[in-house]
Design a protein around this ligand. Structure first.
Ligand code: ATP
Length: 239
């Protein structure tokens, strides 16, 4: 396992946002967390990134206990996140946003850095076309591409994607999910949080259903797609 989450509990004051959740992310795979609004998906990703404090439990990355490691250490170790709502720096250009994703890297003048930039432009040609445009003037779909591209510029071993399809038109949703599969095929392990359960389950090797802060079901993407209770609760009208 590249990432192991063991008995994790996270609170906001007295509110228990996640309660005793345990799951793993296998190296080379796409793992999906699905669930309704408020189930605790974003909190889980933020905690793995070190942006929320752990009340109880443990996070292990590549065999090392990172439960209390600062976020910048986790980025250096190979974990980066594309946040919910994209978090594009609006006054910075596309290129500057991408460079911010590589903030913790010391190899910006090297061929490896240039290769990563080219990888992002190959995945998202639209970003290359708009490289000098301010992030805040991009469309919603383009901002989503930029948020994912920025996360990739950290050269992560594990990329955390929070609701990449949120607010996008159906055609763009398909495109974003295909690109997530491509990123994974290129060797990056993915932990994907989604409300668009059918697309997420179609792409995921493993998946977990979160309900009010707890994991209530786990299985392969195909198993959960065929599970009657998952179908009834989560696979209604998605594309
Ligand atoms: P969404 O898809 O709507 O973001 P989610 O599954 O990602 O939902 P979280 O955002 O992780 O859910 O929220 C889990 C719980 O924690 C919810 O009950 C939410 O109200 C609560 N919560 C989240 N952020 C805060 C906060 N900053 N302060 C207090 N409570 C919070």
């Amino acid at each position: 396992m590249l990432l192991e989450v063991q008995g994790l509990c996270v609170n906001y004051g007295h509110i228990e946002a996640i309660r005793d959740i345990s799951f793993g992310v296998e190296q080379g795979e796409i793992t999906a967390l699905i669930g309704a609004n408020g189930a605790g998906k974003t909190t889980t990703l933020k905690t793995i990134s070190g942006l929320r404090k752990v009340r109880r439990g443990k996070i292990v990355f590549d065999g090392k206990d990172i439960t209390h490691a600062p976020t910048y250490e986790r980025v250096k170790m190979g974990i980066s996140q594309s946040p919910e709502g994209r978090g594009v720096f609006p006054g910075m250009t596309v290129r500057e946003n991408l460079d911010m994703g590589a903030y913790a890297r010391t190899d910006r003048k090297t061929a490896a850095y240039q290769q990563d930039l080219e990888r992002v432009f190959q995945l998202f040609p639209r970003l290359e076309e708009r490289v000098n445009q301010a992030g805040g003037t991009l469309s919603g779909g383009e901002q989503q591409m930029l948020a994912i591209g920025r996360a990739l510029m950290a050269r992560p071993r594990l990329v955390l994607l929070d609701e990449p399809s949120m607010g996008l038109a159906p055609r763009l949703i398909q495109q974003i999910f295909s690109i997530i599969t491509e990123i994974n095929d290129q060797g990056t392990t993915v932990l994907l949080v989604e409300q668009n359960a059918s697309q997420a389950l179609r792409r995921a090797h493993q998946a977990h259903v979160l309900e009010t802060g707890e994991i209530v079901r786990s299985g392969t993407g195909a198993e959960l797609s065929g599970d009657e209770s998952v179908k009834a609760a989560y696979l209604g009208g998605d594309l």
